[in-house]
Design a protein around this ligand. Structure first.
Ligand code: ADP
Length: 492
């Protein structure tokens, strides 16, 4: 069923249009109540008309029934007053009246057709039992009213056998009145309302068309504004405030636009930084090679010296490319993590052992302060990358006879590694930037110290992959402390 509906919807795209739906809704909401109201009014008019007529005729017949008793009409039908009354009613309501006595004999027929004849019908029998009722024959359009002729014994006539208030059923007035006039009025009413309905139909068609087009204009405006952004004509935040809905859509769109711009800017900056960093060693190599080529009979020692420099530049290029690759790998999803149980103290110990020769070369002492045993469920390679980068920096940017202290601690949720050095420190104005790609604090001084400016960016990415945090506190001239907090159990 759903498939069929989907098929229909995809074939007739216009059904899915908000404009079409609004048009249909406005039209139906206006038209359906109109049609229902018309048919309700017309049909209730007929019922009400019949009821009113029954009531009117019945009232008059009750009066006549009294007159029939009063003028003893059932025994002698010559009373002019009663005859005039009977004729008046039958003319007025376009009907026929039969006055029937207790012996089922027709005393009076306003059509003069069956006077003196006997009538036996269930209606007459019921009427003779004192039951007053009426029926409506919708097909033949007439109302039949049965009015019993009842004499109530008064005080003067009361006897022992018939005390006061006794009712004697003398006969029945059987009346049929036509409902033609009611039906005719109903038909006129129906015709007139059909015309009104027709006018309403076209009016609603026009209103629905205009309104449905007007109501979707803000959405058209949203589409236009978004297309302009897409075509690059406009990159300012856009706003269509006609509806709360359009405002919400565009708020979400503007937020997306803002994020895309940030991403675009950072991508551009990254590309230009990468190009610049990769170009520097190549330019140096080109200068070295050109200066060799420019001279003839270059001594072998100079060749060697220049080649050593070229090899150093190649190494630098290699380091930058490797760092970039690590960064790209780190930017991918957490799926690249190879999680396992790692003893953080042992891992730190191994790293310190590996870095000790470099530290010794820089006259820096490395100390491990383990506050407790820590085993964490993490990616060992990435954690060792984090620790190596931080400790390498702490050695690189340290003073002569400096100290690097690495502390390992944990609470019940995270393990904490602090790398504290006694180096030059990072000036406060630069501290917020150290995790940016290619950022180096003191460019002129940094040239003497090997580095690409990517180490801390890689470190931060690795920490974030583990849902951890990294912070730095530094006092210029006194030293720097990097603090890493990583959850003991990796949660995706
Ligand atoms: P680099 O390859 O230059 O070391 P990093 O991203 O590792 O790049 O570090 C960025 C910059 O932050 C460094 O150039 C340095 O100026 C500064 N920095 C990092 N660690 C320290 C530290 N322990 N002491 C002082 N400065 C540091």
């Amino acid at each position: 069923m759903r498939d069929i509906v989907n098929k229909i919807f995809s074939r007739f795209k216009w059904i899915r249009s908000l404009r079409t739906r609004l048009f249909v809704i406005i039209f139906l909401v206006g038209f359906i109540p109109g049609v229902i109201m018309r048919s309700a009014i017309v049909s209730s008019y007929e019922d009400r008309g019949i009821d009113v007529r029954r009531f009117e005729v019945q009232n008059q017949l009750n009066i006549i029934a009294d007159h029939l008793i009063k003028y003893n009409y059932l025994l002698d039908n010559s009373s002019e007053i009663v005859n005039a009354e009977l004729n008046q009613i039958s003319n007025l309501y376009d009907g026929r009246i039969l006055v029937i006595n207790g012996a089922l004999q027709v005393v009076k027929d306003t059509y003069y057709l069956i006077e003196g004849k006997t009538v036996i019908s269930p209606q007459v029998i019921r009427g003779l039992k004192g039951i007053s009722f009426s029926t409506y024959d919708r097909n033949n359009q007439y109302i039949e009213i049965v009015t019993p002729i009842i004499e109530t014994i008064g005080t003067l006539n009361a006897t022992d056998e018939m005390p006061e208030g006794t009712e004697i059923y003398h006969g029945v007035i059987l009346t049929s009145v036509s409902s033609d006039s009611i039906i005719t009025t109903r038909e006129i009413l129906s015709r007139k309302s059909a015309i009104v309905e027709m006018i309403l139909f076209f009016l609603l068609l026009a209103i629905a068309l205009i309104l449905s087009n007007l109501l979707v204009i803000p959405f058209d405006r949203v589409t236009k504004a978004i297309s302009q952004v897409r075509e690059g004509l406009d990159d300012e935040p856009i706003n269509v405030t006609d509806y709360t809905e359009t405002e919400h859509i565009l708020d979400a769109f503007n937020e997306l636009l803002r994020r895309m711009k940030v991403l675009d800017d950072s991508r551009n900056e990254f590309v230009s930084n990468v190009s610049h960093e990769l170009k520097t060693p190549i330019t140096s190599m080109k200068v070295l090679a050109d200066s060799l080529l420019a001279q003839s009979d270059v001594p072998e020692d100079l060749y060697r010296e220049f080649l050593v420099d070229i090899a150093a530049e190649i190494d630098r290029e290699d380091t930058i490319i490797n760092d970039l690759l690590s960064l790209v790998k780190m930017d991918k999803s957490a799926a690249v993590l190879n999680i396992g149980n790692v003893d953080i103290n042992v891992l730190t110990e191994i790293i310190l052992k590996r870095l000790r020769p470099i530290a010794r070369k820089n006259d820096v002492e490395l100390v491990l302060e383990s506050k407790r045993e820590v085993t964490a469920y993490v990616d060992e390679v990435k954690i060792s990358l984090i620790l190596t980068n931080l400790i390498e920096n702490a050695i690189k940017y340290n003073k002569k006879n400096g100290l690097v202290t690495v502390t390992v601690n944990a609470d019940h949720q995270v393990f904490i590694v602090e790398v504290i050095d006694t180096g030059s420190g990072i000036p406060e104005e630069f501290i917020d930037h150290v995790f940016e790609r290619f950022y180096r604090v003191d460019k002129s001084h940094s040239r003497e110290i090997n580095g690409t400016g990517l180490g801390l960016a890689i470190t931060k990415s690795a920490v974030l992959l583990h849902m951890g945090t990294i912070g730095v506190v530094s006092n210029e001239g006194e030293g720097t402390t990097f603090t890493v907090r990583i959850p003991l159990n990796y949660i995706k």
